[in-house]
Ligand binder design. Structure first.
Ligand code: 5GP
Ligand code: ZN
Length: 112
């Protein structure tokens, strides 16, 4: 399968890994949009939130909780944002489900 995030998981493509366990991997975004910009991905290939099924419920919650843990480790006491871009209107560009963890600067609302 030609999926860049599966290639990062397999070690075929390099990435600055921040956290990994049997279910998830977190690494630095190649093109950071904030002082902290991590991506958290499941080891299982799921194309995106729209393709997630009931069997993934625990995994989706786990990704969010690990994001909170990494935000705490990064000292993001002022706050942070977790984001799932879904589909063309949201600008999803990689079709392996990923949670963005953005922090280290003030962010506007609503997002652009
Ligand atoms: P999306 O737009 O799909 O929500 O987010 C995809 C993210 O993946 C982007 O923020 C982009 O910078 C990041 N990205 C794309 N290719 C790579 C890569 O090869 N390595 C890393 N570390 N990040 C990538
Ligand atoms: Zn994949």
């Amino acid at each position: 399968m030609d999926c860049i995030f599966c290639r990062i998981i397999s070690g075929d493509l390099p990435a600055k890994k921040i956290f990994e366990d049997e279910r998830v991997l977190a690494f630095e975004d190649l093109n950071p949009k904030a002082p902290t910009h991590l991506l958290l991905i499941p080891r299982e290939h799921i194309a995106g939130l729209a393709e997630a099924e009931a069997q993934h419920d625990a995994l989706l919650g786990y990704l969010q909780r690990i994001a909170a843990q990494l935000a705490q480790e990064r000292g993001l006491t002022g706050g942070y944002r977790t984001v799932l871009n879904v589909g063309p209107d949201a600008g999803q560009s990689v079709f392996h489900l990923h949670v963005h963890l953005l922090g280290g600067r003030a962010m506007s609302w609503p997002p652009g």
